[in-house]
Design a protein around this ligand. Sequence first.
Ligand code: SF4
Length: 150
Amino acid sequence: MKYYNYDIVFQEIPGEVTLAVNITHCPNHCPGCHSPHLQEDIGEPLDKQTLDNILKRYGRSVTCVCFMGGDATPDEVQLLADHVRKTTPLKVAWYSGKQPIPDNFHHFDYVKVGPYDAQRGSLKERTTNQRLLKNVDGIPVDITDKFWKK
Ligand code: SF4
């Protein structure tokens, strides 16, 4: 699994300051993909050591780590999620582009599901097909409406 870059973001997970890591080689091929470069097999390997190095620099500035993509290698996303949960107090999120709730949902505090549909819009649009699910005692609770409240 490789990553293209990372950034500290404020909108992707409501109530969290998030280190978002953009993972490449996306297999989803959404029509109108907003980040076509992330479909390419490019970037640097993302493993525990690399993530630790990023968190050494930014871990105290954020409350959450979000893996943006990684649908080609869900086991590797899970491995890194477990690592973050085991070694830091940070929450862990996954932006998947698949519609079904992943089998490994319970390894994350938040999971976004749903491919990008340009006509229905992103999570910020009430018409969106995407959903943000919060793990509440192992139960996926839909909190997508938090994006719509002013
Ligand atoms: S999941 Fe995201 S990166 Fe992958 S094809 Fe869809 S819009 Fe593009």
